[in-house]
Design a protein around this ligand. Structure first.
Ligand code: ASP
Ligand code: MG
Length: 432
C-alpha cells in the first residue's frame, strides 16, 4: 500500500475558497470552518478509500497565526521568542483536533498529533528552527492500525523540550520532511489555485497551468516571488527525491507535479516567467577601481541585516567603476542612508537611487541546452520598447531589472516570446 502525505494550508481550513460566504457575520462564526473541515476530511477519506495510506499535515486556520502575532505585539513590542513559538504553535493544534473530529464524524478513524508527539526534533532557534530528526514510531503505528494521522505543521521540539516553530509558512516543510521520513510515494499540497502557472494569470492572460516542473525550476520560481510552496520544502523534496503534487482543494483535477528533472523537460526552454515588484536600486557612480571596494560596500550593507538581491559592476573605465545593487523596498531607505555615509570613505562620484524598478525573470532547465535564449528575450523586450537596466543570469534563469510601470507588459512580452516552444513541447507530450 502506498503512503500519501496531504498538506492543507490555512486557506483550506479558513476564510478563503470553497464555501466562501458574503455574509460577514458568518465568516467570523464557526459554520464556515465546519464546512471546510468537513470538505478536507472528505478528501482524506476518499484517498484512503482508493487504497492509500494517508497522513495529513495542516496549518492554522485562515488568518489565525497573524491574529495571534497581532495579540502578542499589542502586549509588547518585543515579545520573547520562546513565548511567540509557544503561542503560534497553538494555531496548528486547533486544526489537527478539528480535522480528526471531522474524519471520525464521517465514519473514518483518525488521530491528531502535535509536532512534539510525532517526535519532530529541531534545533533551538525560535521562530525559524530547522528539523534535525523525526522519530515517526507513533505515526507508523497509527498508520499501520488504519488511522489517518493528522499532524500539526510548522512545529517541533528541541532536545531540551522547548516548542519551536519552523518560520512562517513552515507547514510545507513539515509535510515534505514527513514524506521523506516515512518514505511516502507522494506529497500533495492542496491550494486555492489549480497548480503552478507559467506566470501570474492576473498579469498575463496567456498564463497556463504547468503539468510537470523540475525542483530546480520550482526553486527559482519560488524564490522569485511566484511562491506557491515554501522554498525550503522544495529543497527538502529535491534532496530526498520526493515527488510533489500542487493541486486544488476545490476540485479533483490534476495540478502540477514537481519532480526530478527528466530529459523531455529540456524541450521547454522557458517554463515560467516570474517577477518581483519588491525591488529598489542603488548605484555608486565612479568608485575607484581598486581591490576591497566591493567587499567594503557589501560588508556594510550585510552587517545592517539588509539582503542584497542583484549586484552589477561595470568594467573599469578611467580608473573607476559603477556598482549597482538592488534591495527589497522595505530596506531601501536604510540602504540609501548607509550608502551616503559610506560614500565619504569610498569617494564615489555620486549615488543614484531608483525605487520604481522591478525584476522579471525567465526560468527553464531548457536553457542548459538551448543557445540564444537571452538574445530572444532581450529582442522581445527591445521590440516592445522596454529598457533593460540590469541583467543577471544563472544556469536556468535570466533576470532583468526594468522600470516598475513596465512590469505587466514585460511579463506578457517574454511569456509570448517563448509560448510557441511550450505549446510544441506539450503537444509532443500528449501525442507520444
Ligand atoms: N501557520 C503558520 C503560518 O501562517 C505556518 C503555515 O501556515 O505554514 O506561517
Ligand atoms: Mg499560514
Amino acid at each position: 500500500m502506498s503512503l500519501i502525505i496531504q498538506k492543507f494550508g490555512g486557506d483550506a481550513l479558513g476564510d478563503k475558497g470553497k464555501g466562501r460566504q458574503s455574509d460577514e457575520a458568518d465568516l467570523s462564526g464557526a459554520s464556515l470552518h465546519v464546512e471546510k473541515f468537513r470538505h478536507v476530511a472528505e478528501i482524506a477519506r476518499a484517498t484512503q478509500e482508493k487504497g492509500h495510506q494517508v497522513v495529513v499535515v495542516v496549518s492554522a486556520m485562515g488568518d489565525t497565526t497573524n491574529r495571534l502575532l497581532r495579540m502578542a505585539n499589542a502586549l509588547s513590542p518585543t515579545p520573547p521568542a520562546r513565548e511567540l513559538d509557544m503561542l503560534m504553535s497553538t494555531g496548528e493544534q486547533q486544526s489537527i483536533a478539528l480535522l480528526a473530529i471531522a474524519i471520525e464524524a464521517l465514519g473514518g478513524r483518525s488521530m491528531s498529533f502535535t509536532g512534539p508527539q510525532v517526535g519532530i526534533r529541531t534545533d533551538s532557534v525560535f521562530g525559524k528552527s530547522r528539523i534535525q530528526e523525526i522519530a515517526c514510531d507513533a505515526l507508523k503505528k497509527a498508520i499501520d492500525d488504519g488511522f489517518i494521522p493528522i499532524v500539526a505543521g510548522f512545529q517541533g521540539l528541541t532536545e531540551e523540550g522547548e516548542i519551536t516553530t519552523l518560520g512562517r509558512g513552515g507547514s510545507d516543510i513539515t509535510a515534505v520532511a514527513l514524506a521523506a521520513a516515512l518514505d511516502a510515494k507522494m506529497c500533495e499540497f492542496y491550494k486555492d489555485v489549480d497548480g503552478i502557472f507559467t506566470t501570474d494569470p492576473r498579469v498575463c492572460r496567456g498564463a497556463r497551468k504547468i503539468d510537470r516542473i523540475s525542483y530546480d525550476e520550482m526553486l527559482e520560481l519560488a524564490s522569485l516571488g511566484a511562491g506557491v510552496l515554501h522554498s525550503r520544502s522544495v529543497e527538502f523534496a529535491k534532496n530526498y527525491n520526493i515527488p510533489l503534487h500542487v493541486r486544488s482543494f476545490l476540485h479533483d483535477g490534476e495540478g502540477t507535479y514537481v519532480i526530478p528533472e527528466e530529459p523531455a523537460m529540456e524541450d521547454i526552454v522557458v517554463s515560467g516567467v516570474a517577477f518581483n515588484r519588491d525591488e529598489a536600486k542603488i548605484t555608486f557612480q565612479g568608485v575607484p577601481d581598486r581591490p576591497g571596494i566591493a567587499a567594503e560596500i557589501f560588508h556594510e550593507i550585510g552587517s545592517a541585516g539588509i539582503i542584497v538581491d542583484m549586484i552589477v559592476q561595470s568594467s573599469a573605465y578611467d580608473g573607476s567603476n559603477d556598482v549597482s545593487f538592488t534591495v527589497g523596498k522595505s530596506d531601501f531607505q536604510r540602504a540609501v542612508d548607509l550608502a551616503q555615509k559610506m560614500n565619504e570613505d569610498l569617494g564615489a562620484r555620486k549615488i543614484v537611487t531608483d525605487e520604481s524598478i522591478c525584476k522579471v525573470s525567465a526560468v527553464g532547465v531548457g536553457m542548459r541546452s538551448h543557445s540564444n535564449v537571452a538574445s530572444k528575450m532581450f529582442k522581445a523586450l527591445a521590440e516592445a520598447g522596454i529598457n533593460i537596466q540590469m541583467i543577471s543570469t544563472s544556469e536556468i534563469k535570466i533576470s532583468v531589472v526594468i522600470a516598475e510601470n513596465e512590469l505587466d507588459r514585460a511579463v506578457q512580452t517574454i511569456h509570448e516570446a517563448f509560448a510557441e516552444d511550450r505549446e510544441f513541447a506539450t503537444m509532443e507530450e500528449k501525442t507520444s
